[in-house]
Ligand binder design. Structure first.
Ligand code: BES
Ligand code: MN
Ligand code: MN
Length: 460
């Protein structure tokens, strides 16, 4: 039986099992869900046992557990270490979901005429993790697994993977492999396959601006006392100039400029600006001067406010001069920018521009390094060949704007390169209400992954 035949024969079961996985509320960020996260790890373990892998265990950490499995058929064969995450983002704002985020339903959309499963985590990353479990099940059942497999599915990717970092350091020997295989990224479109060759890094900080020691009457005191929200807005606005360049001194120092030749090559990847704007209902795009939309979201660093609050935000009006203002800011970084260095640059700069009359505190959150993947190594070539066979087209290498910080650590600690073999679409609303994953994408993944193993083993 081919992997394609497997997806046809077991179609309904493969959908139902993923639905059962998606029902579990594995929200890693919210301590209220920690028991449900644990149950999800157990579900993952059971499904891996069912797939026929030799050993599976749940490894406790100081946070959520890691599910780790091995299937060693022959020490002399290459070993693939598969990584993914079973945790999901919080579902809120819940009122914007058309169906319950943890009651998966299949519906058709314009981009998914064959149907898509709507649920939190459908694409990021449960659906993509489950493709691997099912591909492994297929290979073991049909006696066509040509490599050893180590499988590591964590529960804290969406909150920074800090315990996984520790686990990898402590288990470097056990995790020995030849390459890492990850499905947690996207393709350009269902008829334009691509493989991700770059991820951005991240620095995430929280800001607190304090003015007077208490909320004040905005008439009695207004005009004479610094308003922390006004100040915070001004300070944030000053972080970008009229060309949308970031003004923090030293911010661009380590950015690797991409050569004109490579930029010309990148610009060949299909992109429809009109459709992009229409999809987002915006009349124009906006970003760093001198760069295209695709460049702005891949080879250039950014600075964005993710949330800002303070003062009165209830119904109606309350006249108040607030004591405090807050913001959460993320900076997406490009490979070679060091996230800890950028965090320090930000903190020093932001505190230095604080005017008299307020106190400014910058607290770093998590962060991580970006990564670049080359295309001229056997595992990338195997992935490319596998996709070419199942999509009928050679995949285009593309740099993505998202971050998976553990990828850089895999390289640093284990000395291993990764193949970013994602099958989602950027329009699948990951992290947003109504996240979904196309059935076409799900089955295409299960069909394609075994071919990766085949071509990878042949190249060794
Ligand atoms: N799977 C995403 C990253 C991603 C999405 C890469 C789309 C490429 C295309 C991952 O789960 C994620 O959301 N990462 C976080 C970073 C993390 C440190 C919280 C991100 O990019 O915001
Ligand atoms: Mn993910
Ligand atoms: Mn995510």
């Amino acid at each position: 039986m081919t992997s394609k035949e497997f997806t046809v024969e077991h179609r309904e079961r493969l959908i139902q099992e993923l639905i059962d996985f998606l029902k579990l509320k594995s929200v890693s960020a919210d301590p209220n869900y920690s028991n449900e996260v644990k149950l999800t790890a157990e579900f993952v373990k059971k499904s891996i046992e069912k797939a026929g892998m030799q050993s599976v265990e749940i490894c406790p950490t100081n946070g959520h557990p890691i599910v780790y499995a091995e299937h060693i058929i022959d020490e002399t064969l290459p070993t693939v270490l598969v990584y993914g995450h079973y945790d999901v983002q919080p579902a809120d704002p819940i009122e914007l979901w058309e169906s319950d985020p943890f009651e998966p339903v299949v519906k058709t959309t314009k981009l998914h005429p064959e149907g898509a499963i709507f649920a939190r985590g459908a694409c990021d990353d449960k659906g993509q993790v489950y493709m691997h479990v099912k591909a492994i099940e297929y290979m073991i059942a049909n006696n066509c697994l040509p490599c050893n497999i180590k499988l590591m599915i964590e529960g804290e990717e969406e909150i920074g993977s800090s315990n996984l970092g520790i686990f990898v350091k402590e288990n470097a020997e056990r995790l020995k492999a030849d390459v890492i295989l990850v499905s947690d990224t996207s393709i350009i479109a269902n008829d334009i396959p691509s493989i991700t060759v770059g991820l951005r890094g991240l620095s995430y900080v929280e800001i607190e601006v304090t003015g007077p020691n208490r909320d004040l009457h905005s008439g009695v005191y207004g005009g004479a006392v610094a308003n922390p929200i006004n100040i915070l807005a001004k300070m944030i606005a000053s972080l970008q100039d009229e060309d949308n360049k970031i003004t923090i001194p030293g911010f661009y120092d380590d950015v690797l400029e991409v050569s004109p030749e490579d930029r010309a090559l990148m610009s060949k990847a299909p992109f429809d600006l009109g459709a992009y704007k229409k999809d987002l209902n915006i009349d124009d795009v906006s970003g760093e001067k001198g760069f295209s939309t695709n460049e702005r979201t891949s080879i250039r660093p950014t600075l964005d406010v993710n949330g800002i609050w303070g003062g009165y935000i209830g119904k109606g009006a309350k006249t108040v001069l607030p004591s405090k203002a807050y913001a959460k800011i993320s900076m997406r970084l490009v490979p070679n920018q060091n996230w800890e260095k950028i965090t320090t640059l930000f903190k020093n700069h932001f505190e230095s521009i604080a005017p008299k009359g307020v106190k400014v505190k910058v607290t770093p959150h998590h962060g991580g390094q970006g990564s670049l993947v080359e295309t001229n190594f056997p595992a990338y070539q195997a992935a490319s060949k596998a996709m070419e066979e199942t999509y009928g087209k050679m995949p285009i290498p593309v740099r993505s704007g998202g971050s998976i910080p553990i990828i850089a650590l895999f390289e640093e600690i284990l000395g291993l390169k990764s193949v970013l073999f994602g099958f989602g679409l950027n329009s699948d609303l990951i992290h947003s209400p109504n996240e979904h994953y196309g059935l076409f994408n799900y089955f295409k993944g299960i069909e394609t992954i075994p071919l990766f193993y085949k071509y990878y083993s042949e190249s060794n």
